[in-house]
Design a protein around this ligand. Structure first.
Ligand SMILES: [Zn+2]
Ligand SMILES: [Zn+2]
Length: 60
């Protein structure tokens, strides 16, 4: 079991359990957020702008 988990969005290695990796559609949690949640309310919102979601990486 040395199959590498790579992010479907940014291509970097994902250091998560297989379960979490599948849960986030084979992406980093941040990448999943940007891919599916970040611009739901404001389509086209830049990734460096807080979308208002408490889990938004841009708001940190
Ligand atoms: Zn990623
Ligand atoms: Zn966001």
């Amino acid at each position: 079991m040395s199959e590498e988990q790579t992010c479907q969005r940014c291509g970097e290695a994902v250091e998560l359990s297989r379960e979490d990796y599948e849960l986030f559609e084979r992406m980093h949690p941040e990448c999943f957020h940007f891919a599916f949640e970040h611009d739901l309310d404001k389509p086209g919102l830049p990734v460096d702008e807080d979308c208002g979601d408490p889990a938004c990486p841009a708001g940190a």
